[in-house]
Ligand binder design. Sequence first.
Ligand code: FAD
Length: 495
Amino acid sequence: MIRDIERFTKNIYDLLVVGGGINGAAIAHIAAQRGMKVALLEKGDFASGTSSKSTKLIHGGIRYLENFEVDLVYESLRERYIQLKVAPHLVKPLPFVIPVYRGDKRPLWMMQFGVFLYEMLAGPYRVSPRKNLSRDEVMRMEPGIEPEGLKGGVLYYDAQMDDARLCLENVLMADQYGAHVANYVKAVSFVKENGRVTGVRARDVLGNREFEIRAKRVICAAGPWTNELLRLDAPGAKKKVRTTKGIHIVYQGEISKHAILIGSQSDRRIFFVIPWMGNSLIGTTDTDYVAGPDEVKVEQEGINYLLRESRRVFPTLDFNPAKILATFAGLRPLIRKGGSPRKVSRKHLFYEAPSGVIFVVGGKYTTYRKVAADCVSKLRKVSGKEDFRLYGSGAIPESAEAVAGRTGLEPAVVRSLMDLYGTRYEDVLKLAEKDPSLKEKVSDVPPVIKAQLIYAVQTEMAKTLEDITGRRLSLVYQGIVSSKVLSAISSILAK
Ligand SMILES: Cc1cc2nc3c(=O)[nH]c(=O)nc-3n(C[C@H](O)[C@H](O)[C@H](O)COP(=O)(O)OP(=O)(O)OC[C@H]3O[C@@H](n4cnc5c(N)ncnc54)[C@H](O)[C@@H]3O)c2cc1C
């Protein structure tokens, strides 16, 4: 896809979306699908904000039942069902085990009842049936778990996703429906006539030049940057977003076969140890954060907390810091409200400033489609019932083995392409058919062929090394990125 900045200056858009995280991407996607002339700007790479720093769960959020947020859980469970259907390559069912110990802050009956309620709320949208587990069953399912004090447990199902790619596929859909989209373009000020917003002044971060974009409506889906943009629109405007930080650790090897929900004994928080890309994702934390969103980083204190609490449940593992493959931190852009961070609602709202700029506030990843559809309906005053699809949606008619047989690629490579791109794996294969040198593998784990690097740049709008190693291929989360991959990417980017 050619990055054409000039075209932004030649149009008056129906809608200009600032922020290419999941909410902005999906708003652009749905608005363009409903026939609006749309522009989408992202100051970094798509999903480089919170939308690549999540726990990667498309879930109802069982813990929100504790806060009596039944409507939010119900809505999320429905959205989970939709995402499992439309993006089976990116959203997959994931079994969870909750082990419960003597002295836990939430006793076994409470966990069993919670999961029962969760399944009732899911109704027809359930993934698979839950099961109450005896102590022995928990031990059989997860032999590495601490036996001392174990009372029993519960098995239930949610879903795991690739957050950065789900966001990207919404951007690609927006583009397909005719939206003009660009990463590395920052909105630096609002343009107004008689106090009403008529567009933004934008900076092309890569080309280092500024230009004006005109639009009838402007929406800011800026996640943790919302307060900054509110003040750009009206200096002195009240903050609407409360940012709380969450960190994750990627730990070498699969600690467990199932995702394990752990209730922390030190502060009543819930966190997860999740099998993820052959390793384990441990997280998250939830602490108030007041500095600028661009400065967020992982603190040692958070790492210590997660390792300490995980060691309690998996005592035979050393939780050696040398086995930490990666860490990352993100900010939840929550509706501004007092109280403990874990009790702040994950609901969303739309705030329309006196200038006419609309700000998306709050929400969770799981409900992005609903947030976006509601937002566009608010603009158009009609509710649309679109056929919601993603870029790689659809059934794959051939098996990986059959495709491997006809292309000469290894079945593991083809499986990996199908997992990453859904039906679009064929677009990557077409590149390799045109130039067979692109079938060369540049990485074994995970398998990556050269054609994917070209595809990332030509179709998926990757502009930097990190766009590819981080958000397109998730290599940075799987250990050291080999010099072979790095030099292959560098030479492609240089061309
Ligand atoms: C630790 C953690 C774990 C989470 N886990 C889950 C989970 O498992 N499941 C779930 O459902 N939810 C989860 N969430 C919540 C979910 O990730 C967020 O609600 C969601 O990603 C927010 O998306 P967004 O588009 O609003 O914000 P963002 O993804 O932050 O997007 C906002 C974008 O706006 C851009 N931007 C800002 N200013 C400008 C400007 N001036 N010009 C242009 N662009 C600009 C930023 O660069 C950014 O990319 C988690 C959140 C955190 C922090």
